[in-house]
Ligand binder design. Structure first.
Ligand code: ADP
Length: 609
């Protein structure tokens, strides 16, 4: 299993599917790691163990007192003793019930707190995963891991620790008592134990396999739901009229998981029937041989009855202990799935000596930068340029040339594989991620707005901004009047991913959002979607306000933007092939001139492959 998100080529996220039927790898290190989650709750765990020990002792009392009732109280017609013995037995039962309540509370206290700790840890960890992780991971997998996998942990404590200890205590105390009472009868009672160890084991294995298959099917089902019933998937499905195909796919998976769940609940019913027959054989043997010993005058009737009652306490725990490995495997597998996520180290973290740095009014320098998404296929090679402080640098070139990749390296959404990137004299690796990112404003093509009000979306950039600052930013981004024209103004809900707004409106809102953040550096991917002239006019105006006096790198698709740029870099096949000003580049008569010629008639510089 891949343990490391290893930058280029080192992605193993797709391997994270549930291992098909493979047993988890139970090592000492693994167990120690699991135990580390229980350590904060060791006090509660000890109390639980003590309770289990006490209640296994208390459970012995009623069967033992039966002997005295039958042998002493009844033959002597001693009503006082009879009442006394019955009351003591009753008290023992009530006492063990009472401490059982405390034990249930502690069980769920420990389990839920472990779940709480793990969820927090997982959320923190997922926040730190690199962008690449989210492009690779299956839709819905993150949610499954956060919810059902971690939620599964809550059963682990009771199904393993409690189960094991309580069965062990009951078995040990009962066996001790049986042998103490009569070792010959005890051995006889034990004779049937092997009879049901085998079927129990077999049954456990069958159920374990079915449970695994069920889980896989459930995860497939979740995947289909996530893919087709999310906004983009839904659109795709509708536009290609694939409803029936998707429905058929869903029905198939749903039918399989239903079939498996029925099988799971039925598995072992036959074994159970056989087992219950075996459990009656033991007492029969005791009556037979015990009866013989009674006739011989060796033991009393009370002893036989008491013995049979005690024997009943053996079979249950033996069966459960035999199947304990199923629970342990299941629990370890759960932890393993979660640990696999924890072990994908977020590569993009602060260097040990990283410092917060002020990067305003500093040049951005790329020096011989290389990057690859996949090991053998470089996406960028030998990228060197300087974006002078306070100026606008435009990136142009065909689609897939590597422009977005260049801009993503600056805020360290991806890590360069070679070369250096500096702001001023400081390498971005020597700055804290927080100080770097808080000073870079990113306007992407598909501006992401979350499903909330326009105000909430704007304030995300700067919680402390006043209403006036917010409105000023929107005025500067030429979107204020539009917002005020909406029925609910700034309180208008934008819908999932801002669906209720046009592309141009979304981009102007996201420009306003960056204005509110007021970073030193702006990285912008101009929208390629064709905008009407009015929208385009407003976006241009908003952009010029945004970029004023800022150091900016803009992926430019429009001639007007390119003309406004101080410096143009022409990117092709992952390298910079030409650079200069518009006129110089035209004069050069190379790639830029071609691109320009192709796009000029449309008066924009939109991409063409
Ligand atoms: P541009 O912005 O110039 O259109 P990109 O920087 O998006 O180009 O892409 C450059 C190359 O890297 C393309 O070949 C693209 O297919 C590839 N690429 C982009 N993003 C990823 C990714 N997340 N994983 C793998 N390859 C990618």
């Amino acid at each position: 299993m891949s343990k490391m998100y290893g930058g280029p080529g080192g992605m193993g996220f797709n391997k994270l599917k549930f291992d098909d039927g493979a047993k988890p790898n139970i090592t000492k290190a693994m167990l120690a790691r699991i135990a580390s989650y229980f350590i904060p709750y060791w006090k509660q765990t000890i109390i639980v163990l003590l309770i289990l020990l006490v209640s296994s002792g208390l459970g012995l009392l009623p069967p033992i007192f039966i002997q005295h009732i039958v042998d002493d109280a009844l033959p002597n017609k001693d009503m006082g003793l009879l009442v006394e013995l019955v009351l003591i037995s009753l008290a023992a039962t009530v006492a063990s019930g009472l401490i059982g309540v405390l034990q249930s509370y502690l069980n769920s206290y420990i389990s839920q707190n472990i779940v709480y700790d793990m969820k927090n840890q997982m959320y923190r960890h997922l926040q730190q995963m690199p962008l690449q992780f989210y492009s690779n991971v299956k839709q819905g997998e993150v949610i499954t891991r956060m919810t059902s996998d971690i939620a599964g942990i809550q059963g682990v404590f009771s199904s393993t620790v409690v189960n094991f200890s309580s069965n062990l205590f009951i078995l040990a105390t009962t066996l001790g008592t049986l042998f103490f009472m009569n070792w010959k009868l005890a051995i006889l009672g034990m004779l049937v134990v092997p009879l049901f160890i085998m079927p129990t084991r077999k049954m456990g294995r069958v159920r374990w396999n079915i449970a695994k298959q069920t889980q896989e099917k459930m995860s497939d089902q979740n995947h289909i739901i996530q893919e087709t019933l999310s906004i983009s998937g839904y659109l795709l499905m509708k536009l290609f009229t694939k409803e029936q195909k998707e429905f058929d796919g869903f029905t198939t998976v749903n039918a399989e998981s239903t079939r498996l769940q029925i099988r799971e609940s039925m598995a072992g019913r036959w074994f159970m029937m056989v087992l219950s027959t075996f459990t009656t054989i033991g007492p029969m043997l005791i009556y037979l041989y015990g009866g013989y010993l009674f006739i011989q005058g060796e033991i009393t009737i009370g002893a036989i009855i008491s013995f049979v009652a005690l024997l009943g306490r053996i079979y249950g725990p033996v069966g459960q202990l035999t199947n304990l490995y199923v629970d342990i495997n299941r629990s370890v597998a759960l932890f393993e799935r979660i640990f696999d996520y924890f072990d994908m180290e977020p590569v993009i973290v602060n260097k040990p000596k990283a410092l917060p740095v002020n990067i305003s009014r500093q040049d951005i320098v790329f020096e011989d930068v290389g990057f690859a998404y996949h090991r053998d296929k470089p996406a960028l090679q030998h990228i060197s340029f300087t974006a002078v402080a306070g100026t606008m640098t435009a990136l142009v070139g065909p689609s897939g040339a590597g422009k977005t990749t260049i801009t993503n390296l600056l805020p360290r959404l991806y890590e360069r594989s070679s070369g250096s990137i500096r702001i001023g004299s400081t390498d971005i690796y020597d700055m804290t991620l927080e100080s770097l990112r808080s000073q870079i404003g990113l306007v992407t093509q598909d501006s992401y707005l979350f499903n909330g009000t326009i105000r909430e979306n704007l304030m995300y950039a700067n919680d402390g901004a006043s209403e006036e600052e917010m409105e000023n930013a929107c005025k500067a981004a030429y979107i204020h009047d539009f917002i005020m024209g909406l029925p609910d103004g700034y309180d208008t809900v934008v819908g999932n991913r801002g669906m209720k707004l046009s592309g141009g409106e979304k981009q102007r809102i996201s420009i306003a959002r960056v204005l509110l953040k007021n970073p030193a550096i702006i990285v912008m991917d101009e929208a390629t979607s064709s905008l009407d002239t009015v929208s385009e006019y407003y976006i241009q105006k908003a952009m010029s306000v945004l970029l004023q006096d800022k150091t900016s790198i803009v992926i430019a698709h429009r001639l007007s933007t390119i003309m406004a740029a101080d410096h143009i870099l022409v990117v092709q096949d992952g390298t910079i092939v030409e650079e200069g000003k518009h006129d110089e580049l035209l004069e050069l008569g190379g790639v830029y001139k071609d691109l320009h010629a192709k796009q000029f008639e449309r008066k924009s510089f939109t991409e063409s492959p």
